[in-house]
Write a protein that binds this ligand. Sequence first.
Ligand code: UTP
Length: 407
Amino acid sequence: MTYENAKEMMTALGQEHIFKYWDELTEAERKALLGQIECTDFSVLSRTEHAADEGRGVFSPLAAMQRDEIEAREKELHDAGIKTIKAGKTAALLLAGGMGTRLGSDDPKGMFDIGLTKPVYIFERVIGNLLDVVRETDTWIRLFIMTSEKNHEATVAFLKEKNFFGYREDRVVFFKQDMAPACGFDGKLLLEAKNRISTSPNGNGGWYSSMVRAGLDKILAEEGIEWIDIFAVDNVLQRICDPCFVGATVLADVAVGAKVVRKAAPDEKVGVMCLEDGRPSIVEYYELSEEMMNAVDEKGEPAYNYGVILNYLFRTSELPKVADDKMPLHIVRKKIPYIGGDGILVKPEEPNGFKFEQLVLDMIHQLPSCLPYEVIREREFAPIKNATGIDSVESARELLKLNGIEL
Ligand code: UTP
């Protein structure tokens, strides 16, 4: 792409200010900027009118498999799960492409040390949880790790240095997720260097398309992987590919299993599993009408009562049917580093712009069926989003201690 073409294109988009430092750039720096412009999808900036949250369908309840049923059928579910895992049909995928801006560390979130008397890294906890299943089933489950251009090198170097916390390196495959441009509240692109437009990872819903672009769907096919457990990096208590969850999803013969927790209060701020126009979906807490909040099931319990925790077991044969262009874009307010008027990089303390993200929960809505599977909150849900307060390092430490984990 020539400078003239790029200038014309960016002017048409009202974004010609990104050439502000052009005269100061070396030949190599100019080339890098032109290269970035060429391979960036700027259409997200104008897709704001198709933003998520608009035009939802008709909601109805979707019953979860609750603890009493899981406990009554434990042996059956467990045996089915063990059989599936031992046959090599199950893989795990760690979503580690996020920026973790709320936690406030520049390192990948998984490198965060939550230990008190010894180092205990977030990566160590989640890999340790998966290792429990590896030991129980005597099967080295294929582990995919999604990073982004922003944290890939640091993540790989850290895990290598730590010997993958005991995981077999040849069973681990990394891939980078795609990036999307980020802009200020005024819709203008920001620069993160004089020759580089600010970009952010394109959301955790981009995992499958990024995986295909990296050619990794071939591994799924070659190794006969029929199920893939997608999980967030920051829930340090979650079980991953645990046999009962795998068995319940396989036996229910659904397109996806979703771990859910019972809501702590009717107005708790979590996304709740439901049906929307007859397909599985997630209704956000602010979309719950008074009527939905008061609706009850046949047991007299709240009908919209199970919140998702970002741990899903997808049937791999369903994934190619999920169309990337049908995934809505979520416009998220974030802290985006940018070059200020004096040419110096500013790291804002408060959100200063928008990122454009696809979310896993929108994949669920494209699938024909889903099993919400209840897990006990105190045993399986300790997300680390913030440094202090709700869903923080502090709250996760308390929950880890409650579960007998030494810190
Ligand atoms: P969050 O929604 O907590 O986002 O991600 P985040 O970017 O990590 O953190 P904040 O909001 O900036 O503080 C939930 C999970 O999805 C992954 C994260 O790594 C985490 O495991 N994720 C998020 C990605 O893999 N890619 C993304 O683009 C966004």
